[in-house]
Design a protein around this ligand. Structure first.
Ligand SMILES: [Zn+2]
Length: 198
């Protein structure tokens, strides 16, 4: 009997030890731009800020269903400064940060997917995101790149900035205006996060 109790208490210790490893992580979802900051270039027909928010909301729903805690740096069409976005991310322990953007270029022909990271600790998350998004979008792979963009340089957690296609490209822009395509992009981001952190 005593050995059975010892076994139980040993088991309990192991469960306590193991639980944090399986606990859902927090994902800070950063919808690029917002409010007076439309994103893209001045006069751009499709406002980047609306599509980043929509994908962020879709991603939030998907991650919540998968058991993650989510935090949005903005959840409506308001302006949030870059420093504040980082402060929100840095106030969370055991979090990852994903910044959602759409690209634009003066050359109309430019299209495809770019994924940015800064710290070496963010590289594997960036690789997972890039792989899933490129596979889903089926547009040119414009590579994963290391760059010191403010929000990924100033967040302490693993941080990735995803450029999910060019609004300035007629064909890709048209796809991005479709809700079902944006759902596919959000699902791709979610798959990458779930595969690494669940
Ligand atoms: Zn942007």
């Amino acid at each position: 009997m005593r050995s059975f109790q010892r076994l139980l208490s040993g088991l309990a210790c192991w469960l306590i030890f193991l639980t944090p490893a399986f606990a859902a992580r927090t994902v800070v979802i950063d919808a690029g731009h917002g409010g007076i900051d439309r994103g893209g270039v001045p006069g751009q027909r499709l406002a980047e800020k609306l599509y980043t928010l929509d994908v962020a909301q879709r991603l939030r729903a998907r991650l919540q269903r998968a058991g993650f805690t989510t935090v949005m740096t903005r959840s409506n069409d308001t302006f949030v400064g870059l420093r504040q976005r980082c402060a929100i991310a840095n106030s969370r322990r055991n979090a990852i940060f994903i910044s959602i953007h759409f690209n634009c270029a003066p050359r109309e022909g430019a299209c495809g997917i770019e994924t940015y990271y800064y710290s070496p600790g963010s590289a594997s998350l960036a690789a997972a995101v890039h792989r899933e998004v490129v596979r889903t979008a089926g547009t040119p792979d414009r590579n994963m790149r290391r760059r010191g963009f403010y929000v990924i340089r100033n967040t302490r957690s693993p941080a990735v900035l995803a450029e999910l296609g060019f609004l300035s490209n007629r064909q890709e822009g048209r796809r991005i205006t479709s809700g079902s395509y944006r759902q596919q992009l959000a699902d791709a981001l979610a798959r990458a996060i779930i595969s690494k952190y669940r």
